[in-house]
Every structure is written in C-alpha cells, then in structure tokens.
Design a protein around this ligand. Structure first.
Ligand code: NAD
Length: 284
C-alpha cells in the first residue's frame, strides 16, 4: 500500500479562507477588525521569522495585529505589566507571547497572566484545565491543526486506537486530550516508554511529536494507519519530521509530509483561535 499524502498547505488555505470570511463579518459587527497582539522578547532569529509570518497571515485574513518588542533585557515585572495592559485593551482579542523567552524570565507566570479569553495559544493553565476536563475553550494551535487534518480526511475517531508519541504540554498532551474528547482510545508514549515499536504498531491513528528525526520507521506502523508527523527537526539534510516518510509511506494509509503537513496548520489555527476569541468576546 502507498499512503495518501495529506496536503497540509491546502487544508490550511481552506481554513484561512473560512477565517477571512468570519473576520469580515466580525469587522462589520464590532466596527473594528479582530485583533492579535504579539510579544517578541530577545533576538532569537527563528522566533522573529515566526512572528513576522503570523503578522503577514493576520494581514491576509483581515485580522489587525499589534506587535510589541519590549527589548531583550525587559524585566519580569515590565513584561507582566505589558500583558496586563493587553488583557484590558478592547482592540486586542488574542495575545501571543512568542516562546522561548530569554533565560532571565520565568515563562509560566507570564503565560498564566494572559486572560483566558485572549489565550489564543491555548497555553494557560486555565485553558489546559478546560481541555483536560473536556470543556470548550481555546485549544493550542498545533494540536488543533492535527485534529483538523484528521477531520479533513473524514476519519471517524470514535473507538479508534490512537497513539501519541510525546507528552509535552505544547503538543503531546493536548493532542491526546483532543483525541480522547473525540472518543478515540488513546495511549501516550514518551521517552521512557518500553518497546515503543510495539506500542506504535497498535495505532490506527499515530501522532509523532517527539522531536527526534525519523524516530518512527515502517516496522513501527500498522498497515493502513493514519500517521500525522508533528516533528520539525533541522538536520544537515534539511527539515525532517519524526517519521521516516519514504519507508512509512509504503505501509500507512494516510501520512503527512514534513514540510507541508502539520506546519502550515499551526498559523491557520492561530488565526482561527483569534477569530473564535473575538466572537466569544462580542457575545459576552
Ligand atoms: P518536547 O521536546 O517538549 O517534547 C518531546 C516529547 O517527546 C517528550 O514528551 C519526550 O518524552 C518525547 N520523546 C523524546 N524522545 C523520545 C523517544 N525517543 N521516544 C519516545 N518519546 C520521545 O517537544 P515538543 O514541543 O512537544 O515538540 C515536538 C516536535 O514537534 C518537535 O520536533 C517540534 O519542533 C515540533 N513542533 C512542530 C510544530 C509545528 O508547527 N509543526 C509546533 C510545535 C512543535
């Protein structure tokens, strides 16, 4: 079997189109565009590129974006104040604190300071709690993108055996919670899992989010499985996923490429979360 390759760029483009339509309706209702505030601290080149891409994407779909770059030596107190100001700014529907932060800053209290209704990255403990209890709320962008890719293929997750490789708060745990909410039977594997290969072979849905180049090979995949590769690893050979694409493609039923799979979904879901947050604020 040769797997069908899921085109993340195409799915992301469709979602951006939908977001654009919803943003236009909101602009008429609110008399302003939905707004996303971004905060970039320090001079990490990758972070600068990610934030610039988020602004371009906002522009494209009709979301106003407000950029804050308080300087690499900003204090914890000043950054806390900035977040508090954005929390009460009526033009701002979503707040994105670009990670990682420089070492002198404590990340968790800053994230926790983002108002839950503006937590478009879905990373506050409040949002994580809603997700863990199965309540509606803002969901982290990449995990939401994984679910959209599965939905784009019309996969009914009810009763399916799903394995998520990785247990980070950013990807693995929220993906597992979303799969569970969709009634899959979910196993979370991680760096201490014994016999990862046999755990993975049980999966009808396999989500790889370990950050280990080509960790998942063809011997670890059950024939016909849907394989979603979240991994983004920069190597001498370029950007590679956590899945050995060429080998696994011959066994799986569905597979996402890297690049061009989950990657494009992350920004699309950030835009979608921002419009969701603006919609909820308008209805409050
Ligand atoms: P992380 O380092 O925080 O977590 C990795 C997880 O994988 C850990 O829970 C660890 O236990 C597990 N793991 C590591 N090695 C393992 C092994 N050999 N076997 C089994 N489990 C193992 O990383 P993260 O933030 O969750 O990101 C995971 C990957 O997803 C990275 O490659 C990251 O770059 C990528 N990522 C991509 C996007 C995107 O937009 N496409 C967004 C976020 C993260």
């Amino acid at each position: 079997m040769t797997a069908k390759v899921i085109d993340g760029k195409a799915v992301a483009a469709r979602i951006r189109g939908e977001v654009s339509g919803r943003a236009e309706v909101l602009r008429e209702e609110l008399g302003r565009k939905p707004g996303l505030a971004t905060i970039l601290v320090g001079d990490d080149p990758a972070s600068s590129i990610y934030v610039a891409r988020k602004h371009e994407a906002c522009e494209e779909v009709g979301i106003a974006s407000f950029h804050h770059e308080p300087g690499g030596d900003v204090s914890q107190a000043d950054l806390t104040d900035l977040i508090a100001r954005l929390n009460s700014d009526p033009e701002v529907d979503g707040i994105l604190l670009q990670l990682p932060l420089p070492a002198h800053l404590e990340t968790e209290p800053l994230i926790a300071g983002i108002a839950p209704g503006k937590d478009v990255d879905g990373l506050t403990p409040y949002s994580a709690g809603l997700l863990a209890t199965g309540a509606p709320g803002l969901v982290p962008c990449t995990p939401r993108g994984v679910m959209e890719l599965l939905a784009s293929e019309g996969i009914d997750l009810r009763g399916k055996r799903a394995v998520v490789v990785g247990r980070s708060t950013l990807v693995g745990r929220p993906v597992a919670a979303l799969l569970l909410a969709a009634d899959a039977t979910v196993t979370i594997a991680h760096s201490r899992t014994a016999d990862l290969a046999s755990v993975c072979r049980e999966a009808e849905i396999l989500v790889a989010a370990a950050g280990q180049p080509q960790l998942i090979d063809a011997t670890m995949v059950s024939p016909g499985a849907a394989v979603i590769d979240v991994g983004t690893n920069r190597t001498d050979e370029g950007l590679v996923g956590d899945v050995d694409f060429d080998g696994v493609r011959e066994v799986a039923g569905l597979i996402t490429p890297v690049p061009g799979g989950v990657g494009p979904m992350t920004i699309a879901m950030l835009l979608s979360n921002t419009v969701d947050a603006a919609t909820a604020a308008a209805q409050a």
